[in-house]
Design a protein around this ligand. Structure first.
Ligand SMILES: Nc1ncnc2c1ncn2[C@@H]1O[C@H](COP(=O)(O)OP(=O)(O)O)[C@@H](O)[C@H]1O
Ligand SMILES: [Mg+2]
Length: 325
């Protein structure tokens, strides 16, 4: 029997998807990919495989989840299985340095960024900026380790100190700080490769959305995760710029991504900068309750449709009879 397989490493994020599958009667199985093995002499089961491996898996003690997932995905692909968010998607999920050139090649503007490996290179990269600058890990997620510095000098002092934590893959990104005239970013959600809705996320409060302006206290770095602020506010909106939407959809199609949330900031002149592609996306329950739409229900429907399309072939003998009469 064919099923939907959900590949992931975080139970709590899958909860709403389980409920959606159960409500519509979709047969599904979860593969929890923290550790395990792949025997290349075996063939995978029939089904549609939805990869939800997350860049932030290392924050849940699943350091090698993405490496393991990459092996499982290439095995599935080698056997021709339908994978939603395939090896190309995973490569982008775990590397913003890979995301930015991929976005740019579809005409999608990203903030000026420099990737640097090692403290010396980070300091040298800092000298190429002159205003406020952001330091973020290449393999990120949840805003973990994203810090805003008032100046390149402040960033260099931080990197020279004991407070600096080497990113999990050793790669740091230094990035131009985009100042939004209003305190929000936008996250555009895509399901089945098509725009679903966008959420405006208020950046005034909430540790996840650090670095907000008020986090930049002089030369201190942003205390991501330490603010006891109320939950961020999310508001669903129906549309984004039509050209941007088309470019996002083309970018997703070319990179094996069926389901994703893409984040952007608009600056005072109206220029849009895209800075984060999340192939493992989650939806805000309060915002969805107010709006009436459900991202996880739409994902469940999409995956079920894929399963039916691929594994419920029309009965050929019935068609032949119909043609004969
Ligand atoms: N270049 C930037 N300019 C302004 N704010 C930024 C910039 N990059 C990140 N941020 C803020 O930090 C948050 C987390 O950064 P992001 O790149 O999305 O990392 P993560 O992959 O951990 O989510 C963003 O949602 C945004 O609010
Ligand atoms: Mg983000």
């Amino acid at each position: 029997m064919s099923r939907v397989y959900v590949l992931h490493e975080n139970d709590s994020w899958v909860q709403p998807l389980r409920a959606a599958f159960e409500a519509q009667g979709t047969p599904y199985i979860e593969w929890f990919l923290d550790e395990g093995m792949v025997d290349f002499a075996s063939a995978p089961p029939d089904g549609v495989f939805y990869n939800r491996m997350s860049a932030s898996s290392y924050t849940r003690d699943h350091r090698y989840g993405p490496e393991y997932a990459a092996i499982v995905l290439s095995w599935l692909e080698r056997h021709g299985r339908r994978v939603v968010n395939d090896t190309r998607a995973l490569r982008l999920e775990i590397s913003k340095a890979a995301q930015y050139p991929a976005l740019e090649s579809f005409g999608i503007r990203t903030p000026r960024s420099i990737a640097a490996v090692g403290r010396k290179a980070i300091a040298a990269a800092a000298n190429r900026f002159d205003g406020p600058v952001i330091l973020k890990p290449n393999r990120g997620g949840k805003g973990h380790g994203v810090q805003l510095f008032a100046s390149p000098e402040a960033l260099k002092a931080h990197v020279a100190s004991d407070a600096f934590e080497l990113p999990v893959d050793g790669v740091s990104l230094l990035q131009e700080y985009i100042k939004a005239p209003q305190p929000f970013i936008t996250r555009a959600e895509f399901i089945g490769g098509r725009f679903f809705y966008a959420v405006r996320v208020n950046t005034e409060q909430g540790f996840e959305l650090c670095p907000a302006d008020q986090c930049a206290v002089g030369d201190a770095f942003c205390p991501a995760g330490e603010t006891a602020a109320p939950a961020p506010r999310f508001q669903i909106i129906d549309r984004i710029d039509a050209g941007l939407r088309r470019r996002y959809e083309a970018f997703l199609a070319a990179n094996g991504i069926g389901i994703a949330g893409i984040e952007f900031i608009t600056d005072a002149s109206g220029t849009i900068y895209t800075y984060d592609v999340n192939t493992n996306t989650n939806y805000n329950p309060e915002a969805e309750a107010r709006d009436g739409r459900s991202g996880m229900r739409a994902i469940a429907r999409y995956l079920d449709d894929e399963l039916v399309r691929l594994y419920s072939a029309p009965d050929v003998s019935a068609l032949a009879v119909a043609a004969a009469v």
